[in-house]
Ligand binder design. Structure first.
Ligand code: HT9
Ligand code: FE2
Length: 378
């Protein structure tokens, strides 16, 4: 039997699960959503009140769910256009459709091997292991209900896949074009991502071979360099760039990755930089961290300074990203069938692991996590 039979190029997988953060869809959802996000995580009350205000500014609606629905449509269209018969389900960590409900439905629909696409492209506890913990919790809940849960795997980190990087190059070029003509050539690029505690960054991913900041910072630096180089090839201009951070929370005495984008804008302005393009490489869609922290807060800061800024779009539902997901699904499926498919990746780090190694992106208090070498469900 050949496993290249066109009938099942994604075998052994029989479903794809889009796993995301979730967000509120109206004013009454905001507080319960924030309670879900911060359960047992020691976020200061003041910070929660502040974050709640960010959502109320937008009538309590986070853009993230609509963006995930668009991504689902793009994935289903891409799969259909390429004859890939793989149903796509969607579940969230913090809001409906909740992951445990989606996994129950998957199980009841008869699926036995599920591959997960998380809406986070990089290593870190929040972006990877926490999703794996959510999967383990949901699988345990199904077992407690007397169901036999499917085996669940997770796609490798896709930060350096061309289908993720190329759309961000185009978005950076488009944002540069929005800056006034006299400013554009000398503009700096500020690549932004979510700040996390430095202790979490230092232990992110397989730490070996990375400097301070672990895999989390190394992966972002690789993407930033790739985009800056592609922009230079396109425009002939070598825009100075820096990786900066946003959306810090947590107690002030605990060190998080710095500098913050707002502080960076201030020092860039002080140093005579005439304009800045903010490129949120840390995020897959233009959700609230982008709409509030960059488009509202950082943009207001820049206006105060008199510093022209533009913000590049995230990948969102770009068809090239959907195609990249299909390629990653087929790659992983082939690997599971014992093949050695090509593993596409740009940059210096190369393609990441399929199975998170033991202890990867550790939590403060160890908990079961699915889809890793230390998974009780592997
Ligand atoms: C690395 C990372 C990503 C990127 C990877 C990924 O996408 O997964 C991300 C995404 C997101 N973070 C989001 C929202 C929030 N994150 C919070 C809190 C935190 N995030 C953290 C890290 C990350 N977060 C951390 C270390 C904390 C503090 C401790 C904790 O609680 O783990 C809080 C609590 C209040 C606050 O502290 O701000 C909220 C409301 C939304 C939804 C946006 C929307 O609604 O459109 C999204 C996509
Ligand atoms: Fe977050």
């Amino acid at each position: 039997m050949s496993d290249q039979s066109p009938a099942a190029p994604c075998s052994p997988y029989d479903a794809l699960l889009l796993l995301s953060f979730g967000g509120p869809e109206g004013p009454d959802d905001v507080v319960p959503f924030l309670e879900n996000v911060t359960r047992g995580r020691g976020i200061p009350r003041e910070r929660l009140k502040e974050v709640g205000q960010h959502y109320f500014l937008f009538d309590g609606v986070s853009p993230i769910n609509a963006q995930n629905r668009e991504l689902l449509d793009a994935l289903r269209k891409d799969f259909a256009d390429h004859g890939l018969d793989l149903p796509v389900y969607w579940g969230n960590r913090n809001w409906a459709p909740y992951l445990p409900d989606t996994l129950r439905r998957l199980t009841q629909d008869g699926h036995r091997r599920v591959l997960t696409l998380a809406t986070s492209a990089y290593a870190s506890y929040s972006g990877c292991r926490q999703y794996r913990e959510n999967l383990a919790d949901a699988l345990a809940a199904l077992e407690a209900e007397g169901l036999t849960p499917p085996r669940v795997d997770k796609l490798r980190h896709y930060f350096n896949h061309p289908g993720f990087v190329r759309p961000m190059v185009d978005a950076t070029l488009a944002a540069l074009a929005e800056l006034p003509e006299g400013v554009r050539e000398q503009a700096h690029l500020a690549f932004t991502t979510h700040s996390i505690p430095t202790a979490a960054a230092d232990t992110s991913g397989p730490v070996a071979g990375h400097g301070d900041g672990g895999a989390y910072v190394a992966q972002h630096l690789d993407v930033a360099r790739l985009i800056a180089e592609a922009v230079r090839e396109e425009t002939g201009v070598d825009h100075p760039w820096q990786l900066v951070y946003q959306s810090r929370s947590g107690a002030p005495h605990i060190p998080w990755l710095e500098p913050d984008i707002c502080d960076h804008l201030e020092s860039a302005h002080g140093a005579g930089v005439p304009g800045v393009v903010m490129v949120p490489i840390g995020f897959v869609s233009d959700h609230m961290e982008v709409k509030y922290d960059l488009d509202t807060e950082a943009t207001a800061k820049a206006a105060d300074l008199g510093l022209p800024v533009a913000r590049a779009a995230t990948v969102g539902a770009d068809p090239r990203f959907a195609a990249a997901v299909r390629e990653l699904v087929l790659e992983r499926a082939a690997t599971e069938r014992g093949r050695s498919p090509e593993r596409c990746a740009l940059g210096a780090l190369g393609p990441g692991h399929d199975l998170c190694p033991v202890g990867c992106c550790p939590a403060r208090a160890p908990r079961p996590a699915a889809a890793g070498a230390d998974s009780p469900y592997a």
